[in-house]
Design a protein around this ligand. Structure first.
Ligand code: NCD
Length: 322
């Protein structure tokens, strides 16, 4: 049995689980980006790549998904691999009968070469990884982490600015529950001198524990409560919906929804020329539709496009097939 959580990448992805940003250092992230660039170039030239031929991936999505599920499926198939997909295994697998996640894992590992799992419980991906003898990728464990989203977010930022240090961010939404915000802040901590302004209702701030951990990595974190407190110039705005399904009651959710909606007016007043706007999506009401046409808005274009390439690169490295 392996305990995968602590296995650092250290430049070698072969056979590794991808569970947390804690496994990464800057050089491994940049190594992945070189592969993303290569695959992107070849695909744009119309080249067919077969790095995953003969590979079967098990997609186990206990929580709903459009982008992560679709882009993993697409990445595998575009590299000549195949997928077995369970969307909502709570209704379609033996989980309905009460089978444990561990026993399901022991089954699926005989049928596939990699397990990609999304599950509502924090730590679930580690449970799967600790049971499986094949690589496991965390596609979101409740309000925990979402490492592959962060890798594609970081790539999109890197593609635009040519660096991942000395950047200033405003992140808005639900940092307390949002795995994409938490993983991204952890990812920025692998690089130097990044500053993050977190714009959220007080009740949804990062937990003290998370904040401490991210600050220890050297990232400057400021918590703000009003658009007026946003810095004059920032490089990246990262908006993410309030995570409705993680609230104890609908009443609590209603109290915090709709407070920091990104509008063309805010963009005119606070957006610098070289800004980029990202959102892992789905959009609920955190960004007004009129923002979409601004060339700085990358959430419907490059960010999603890079999701497929980043996952192609990651899987190719895990299977050492380049
Ligand atoms: C996010 C997720 O599932 O955490 N979406 C995604 O994977 N692209 C963001 C969200 O659901 O808010």
């Amino acid at each position: 049995m392996k305990s995968s959580k602590d296995l650092p990448i250290k430049g070698n992805y072969t056979g590794k689980d991808i569970l947390s940003l804690d496994q990464f250092e800057a050089a491994s992230v940049l190594k992945l980006f070189r592969v993303v660039e290569k695959i992107k170039k070849m695909r744009k030239k119309g080249k067919n790549l077969n790095y995953l031929s003969g590979i079967v991936a098990m997609l186990l999505f206990y929580e709903p998904s459009s982008r992560t599920f679709g882009s993993f499926s697409s990445a595998i198939k575009r590299l000549g691999g195949q997928t077995i997909s369970y969307q909502n295994p709570f209704q379609t697998s033996s989980a309905v009968k009460g089978e444990s996640l561990e026993d399901s894992t022991r089954t699926f590992e005989h049928q596939s070469d990699v397990i990609i799992v999304r599950h509502p419980e924090i730590g679930s991906a580690i449970r799967v990884a600790d049971t499986a003898t094949i690589p496991v990728i965390n596609a979101g464990d409740g309000g925990g982490e979402h490492p592959t989203q962060t890798l594609l977010d970081l790539y999109t930022i890197y593609e635009h600015f040519g660096r991942l240090d000395n950047l200033s961010f405003v992140m808005s939404g639900d940092p307390y529950h949002s795995r994409t915000i938490k993983s991204l802040i952890a990812g920025l901590g692998l690089f130097k001198k990044n500053t993050v302004y977190i714009l959220s209702p007080k009740a949804l701030r990062l937990s003290t524990e998370d904040k401490k951990k991210y600050r220890e990595n050297g990232t400057l974190i400021y918590e703000i409560e009003s658009f007026n407190d946003m810095p004059k110039k920032s490089d990246v705005w990262y908006w993410n919906r309030i995570q409705k399904e993680r609230f104890k009651s609908p009443k609590e959710y209603k109290k915090v929804i709709g407070k920091f909606v990104l509008t063309p007016k805010i963009l005119r007043e606070k957006g610098s020329k070289n800004l980029i706007i990202l959102d892992p999506l789905p959009r609920i009401e955190e960004i007004e539709l009129d923002v979409d046409k601004d060339p700085r808005a990358l959430y419907l274009s490059k960010q999603m496009e890079n999701g497929v390439y980043t996952r192609m690169a990651l899987l190719s490295l895990i299977f050492n097939r380049l």
